[in-house]
Design a protein around this ligand. Structure first.
Ligand code: ADE
Length: 273
């Protein structure tokens, strides 16, 4: 099922719910250009992103680039000029798909997912969640996309990490997911954004649930104490411990809270013992 735009929602009698567009609902609005729409739709139709679309916090239109390819075989790739291994994504279908999107005159920020892009992080997710324009995410495949797409259409390239995956679909979903979670109301009352990893700009603290003892492993006593101040300090300390161990590079960017220096020196003495 394809995601609907706010304007395409109808009431029981089939009248369009135009008032939704007039309500100032913060929304991530995007078009995803891909040759594998099923990959995008499968993820969009589950869990938080599904609910976000129902709540109109997220509006996604999935466009199959192959619909804009010509010829009997609807080919979207061809061999590279200059020789070499692999295939290159042809420019024409992407240009045509973009021409079709532009017909409505809505301004769009065009993002190409590629390993050559700017590294995606939480602050970029915040930026995407606040953007007023619609986004277009172009999902690359093969060895790369014809550079003329980059020169004429793309505003920015974004990478989800220093590794190569088979196509941009997973990367587009990562960006959409991370941005949508930041919109008020996306997570529901139970999971607040403030409690998330990276709201502290460091790794998350460990989580536990019932039973309080499992196969001889006990939940830290402090979490059962009901003392919110002690629990906050324990969580902060364990988040610092995980960050110091796994991502010491993040420590430079963290704004240390008053208690942090004491907690860090405690961690160092505990780890040395
Ligand atoms: N496509 C292939 N690898 C990618 C990456 N690391 N980030 C974004 N898109 C990609």
């Amino acid at each position: 099922m394809q995601a609907k735009s706010a304007g395409s929602f109808k009431n029981k009698r089939g009248y369009p719910l135009l008032f939704l567009e007039k309500l100032n609902i913060q929304q991530v609005r995007c078009d995803v250009l891909t040759i594998f729409p099923e990959i995008i739709n499968a993820y969009l139709n589950e869990s938080i992103l599904k609910r976000a679309q129902e709540k109109k916090i997220l509006d996604v239109k999935v466009v199959n680039i192959r619909d804009f390819a010509s010829g009997r075989h609807k080919a979207v790739d061809d061999s590279p000029f200059g020789g070499g291994a692999g295939m290159v994504f042809k420019p024409e279908p992407i240009f045509r798909a973009m021409d079709a999107l532009k017909e409505d005159g809505v301004p769009r920020r065009v993002v190409l997912l590629s390993p050559q892009g700017k590294p995606f992080d939480q602050s970029m997710a915040e930026d995407f969640s606040r953007e007023e324009k619609r986004f277009v995410f172009i999902c690359g495949r093969y060895e790369g996309i014809d550079e003329r797409v980059n020169i004429s259409i793309v505003d920015e390239e974004v990478s989800i990490g220093d590794y190569v995956i088979t196509g941009g679909e997973l990367a587009a979903l990562v960006v959409i997911d991370a941005a949508t979670r930041l919109i008020p109301g996306a997570l529901g009352d139970k999971n607040s954004i403030e409690d998330e990893s990276f709201s502290w700009k460091m790794l998350d603290y460990p989580h536990y649930t019932r039973p309080s003892e499992f196969r001889g492993l006990k939940v830290p006593q402090v979490l059962l104490s009901g003392n919110h101040n002690e629990i906050w300090l324990w969580r902060r300390k364990e988040a610092l411990r995980k960050t110091l161990k796994a991502r010491p590079d993040l420590m430079e960017k963290i704004e240390l809270a008053g208690e942090d220096k004491k907690l860090i020196s405690e961690i160092f003495s505990e780890e040395i013992d």
